[in-house]
Design a binder for this molecule. Structure first.
Ligand SMILES: [Zn+2]
Length: 285
């Protein structure tokens, strides 16, 4: 079932056991716009099935927030205009030439172009894989694009992010709603999760420019202003405490600065920033 956020905005909650991210629907007087296409044909069909139950204008646009498979693999199903930023399009280059049969998929997994979870999702949730070919985008934008759905404007913009360097947000000024995709999350390099220290403050600055009261996140569904403020505060205080590759030192610095022990979120962030220091030290070696 879809969650209704306002008169014109709905979303399908993320489903972590299936690696399905949050999908959004924004409806104007004439057209509707989908935020992220889903991780498979089946995910997209499930979403479209729910959309059909509503009396809303046809889906004319699908925005892909970044080039991670779980956000775009369902995009063919909408028969809509696919929109993404130019870096996302570049990063997806390989995908347009992929074959989706078992042997090819195993080759991509062996050469680390694809993870096992992605392969299994494709095997279970994309029918007719012998003929499956991922669509190309119809609109590629650089920094910013405004899409008018009929008395409802969606602002698509690239932001600086700790997750990827190709993050697009979708902001609906009328409703003070922002779809962040995965932009506020950590990232993984060589199987190590880390939070890019040099991107944290620029990202918060970019996101806080939008006057929003509802924040939709790729794998959490929805946060209000207070929850986002807590999230930023915990991230920033963890970031401030990490100045080396030592977690012990970071925890000590955190406790001295905050006069308390770190909670579970903060510990996760501290480790994420320490891992980032580790990766940076390897780069400069
Ligand atoms: Zn992602």
């Amino acid at each position: 079932m879809l969650n209704q956020l306002s008169e014109s905005i709905y979303y399908l909650s993320n489903q972590n056991d299936k690696e399905r991210p949050t999908l959004g629907l924004v409806c104007g007087d004439k057209y509707s716009l989908v935020v992220d296409a889903g991780n498979s044909v089946q995910h997209a069909r499930d979403f479209l099935h729910e959309i059909e139950k509503l009396n809303v204008p046809p889906v004319k646009y699908v925005v892909i927030t970044h080039a991670h498979w779980d956000h775009f693999l369902g995009m063919n199903e909408y028969g809509a205009t696919i929109i993404m930023n130019s870096l996302t399009s570049q990063k997806m280059n390989d995908w347009w030439n992929y074959s989706y049969d078992d042997r090819s998929l195993q080759e991509y997994v062996d050469s680390k172009k694809m993870n096992t979870l992605c392969m299994e999702t494709i095997q279970h949730e994309i029918p007719d894989r012998d003929t499956f070919q991922l669509s190309h985008p119809d609109i590629i934008f650089e920094k910013s694009l405004h899409v008018d759905l009929g008395n409802k404007v969606c602002v698509l913009e690239t932001i600086r992010s700790t997750h990827t360097d190709d993050s697009t947000i979708v902001y609906i000024p009328d409703e003070k709603v922002i779809f962040l995709g995965d932009s506020a999350y950590n990232t993984t390099t060589n199987s190590l999760y880390h939070i890019k220290q040099d991107k944290l403050l620029p990202m918060i600055e970019d996101i806080q420019q939008y006057d929003a009261v509802h924040f939709l996140l790729g794998h959490e569904s929805i946060c209000d202003v207070e929850e986002m403020d807590t999230y930023w505060r915990e991230l920033v205080s963890a970031n401030n405490a990490v100045k080396s590759t030592s977690l012990e030192e970071a925890i000590e610095r955190f406790e001295a600065a905050n006069d308390r022990i770190a909670n579970d979120n903060e510990l996760f962030f501290l480790q994420g920033f320490v891992n980032d220091q580790l990766l940076q030290s390897k780069v400069t070696e």
